[in-house]
Design a protein around this ligand. Structure first.
Ligand code: F0G
Length: 451
């Protein structure tokens, strides 16, 4: 059961299918154009969508809004330093700001950023400085149905070959958990091996630690050597393998806005501090208010509680199990922050060029007011400006991201029932075609029509 009770509630919109059909058509069949009033259960993202605890709200009231040297910063830094072990802690407004600052300071044009799977903003920030992304997911990641425990790992053989090869590697970045790769965890053994390789080849090693606590939880559940460790101890050990980290605190900081860049190297920290002051804010607030910093500090303490992590993992697994019983498969083993539905398997009559994943995501909205994110050919495929799919994505997935501490099991059961109603007559689900296909940031700006 949830290790908390509810003290503040917010009504959710209950709408009719007629209303949703009208609004979705007006939205150009793109869920990013829907508004909060259109959505009953919002599983679009687990980022910045969590519920604050009473202690976080209390911490927010103690927020110190002094421009330079605010007490809130020192409280935030104490917690972040204890967790990560890094001496240089910079707050930023969200994860992608930390990425931009780090890559601007560290990567040169033409250099490689090598990782398990870069998240999309991370990839964009690498490319914006003229560097190149190389994703090397482990081979197990390609089998959606395998029960391999750490499908978020990097392929160590491929990594060593790149590091030993002629290409110029600027940094290695491990994303924990691997959001782009089905929310799968990375083992400590893999992180240890990456760390050793990076030291051997003299390449800096960073973590994208947006979901560090959820990764640590899965390590305690799936990796024999860490069975008796607390999630916080695992997280601490993981940070200590790296030279620094970029963190979106909107996930495992359980705050609505916030991020962090933490570094071991003093010279690199000096360069990053310049960029921070020029573009985010002075080093003791970095684009956040004192209130935000205090709520982040408290969130970073709460997020590693085993009872919280266990319930969150159980709830996500429960949703995946209900979906499977209703005939909708998802990527296994289930991670913590999301269920990745296998739309391609449920809707074999819809070809990739009619956007199978988008078709399932759309039907979830039309049938039940459930909003989620497509991770298939609309998002990851190669598409020309007239909206034709040139190369499909490897899989047609739909991500149901679960906000932290927001929805109860009965909300999740409602989502599963909506999925079950779709799975009874999958052949009735229509495909889609693009009517507007912008070349840049397509998923957020595209418009579509039903086929
Ligand atoms: N890294 C990972 C692994 C992420 O999942 C995200 C954001 C970021 C970096 C960027 O952080 O949003 O604070 O700037 N993921 C959100 C999601 C948007 O829905 O998965 P940000």
């Amino acid at each position: 059961m949830e290790p908390y009770r509810i003290k503040v509630v917010e009504p959710i919109p209950i709408t009719t299918r007629d209303y949703r059909e009208r609004r979705y058509a007006e939205a150009g069949y793109n869920q990013f154009n829907l508004t909060a009033d259109d959505v009953t259960i919002d599983l679009l993202s687990d980022s910045g969508t969590g519920a604050l605890s009473a202690e976080q709200q209390a911490a927010g009231m103690r927020g110190d809004e002094t421009y330079a040297g605010a007490r809130s910063f020192f409280r935030f830094r104490e917690v972040a330093e204890e967790l990560t072990g890094f001496p240089h802690i910079f707050p930023v407004h969200q994860g992608r700001a930390a990425e931009r600052i780090l890559f601007s300071a560290l990567l040169k044009p033409g250099q490689l950023s090598v990782g398990n799977t870069h998240f999309d903003t991370t990839r964009a920030n690498v490319e914006l400085v003229g560097a190149v992304v190389r994703d090397l997911p482990c081979p197990e990641a390609a089998d959606l149905d395998s029960d391999a425990p750490f499908k978020g790992d990097i392929d160590l053989v491929a990594l060593e070959a790149v590091l030993a090869g002629p290409e110029d590697v600027g940094l290695v970045l491990m994303t924990i958990t691997n959001n782009g790769g089905g929310g799968q965890p990375v083992s400590m053994a893999n992180l240890e091996a990456v760390s050793a390789l990076c030291r051997r080849f003299g390449v800096p090693f960073f973590l994208d630690a947006a979901r560090f606590a959820e990764n640590a939880w899965l390590v305690t559940q799936r990796e024999e050597r860490y069975r008796d460790h607390s999630p916080r101890d695992v997280a601490k050990l993981a940070f200590r393998l790296a030279d620094g980290c970029v963190v979106s605190l909107k996930k495992d900081g359980i705050v609505h806005i916030g991020g962090m860049l933490a570094l071991a190297d003093t010279e690199l920290a000096k360069q990053c501090e310049l960029l921070l002051i020029a573009t985010e804010g002075f080093r003791t607030y970095g684009g956040l208010s004192g209130r935000d910093l205090d709520m982040c500090a408290q969130g970073l303490m709460e997020v590693t509680h085993p009872a919280y992590l266990k319930e969150r993992a159980d709830a996500t697994a429960y949703l995946a199990q209900c979906a499977r019983e209703a005939g909708v498969d998802s990527v296994t083993p289930t991670g913590v922050h999301a269920v990745y539905l296998n739309a391609g398997r449920l809707l074999p009559h819809i070809p990739s060029h009619q956007f199978t994943g988008h078709a399932l995501a759309s039907e979830l909205y039309l049938a039940g007011g459930v909003r989620c994110a497509e991770l298939g050919s609309l998002y990851l495929g190669e598409i020309n400006e007239s909206g034709e799919l040139l190369t499909p994505a490897p899989f047609e997935l739909v991500r149901l991201a679960i906000p932290r501490r927001v929805y109860t099991r009965s909300h999740l059961e409602y989502v599963a029932e909506t999925l079950a109603s779709i799975a009874k007559h999958p052949e009735r689900v229509p495909g889609y075609r693009l009517t507007e296909a912008p070349a840049v940031l397509r998923p957020f700006r595209a418009r579509l029509d039903q086929v």
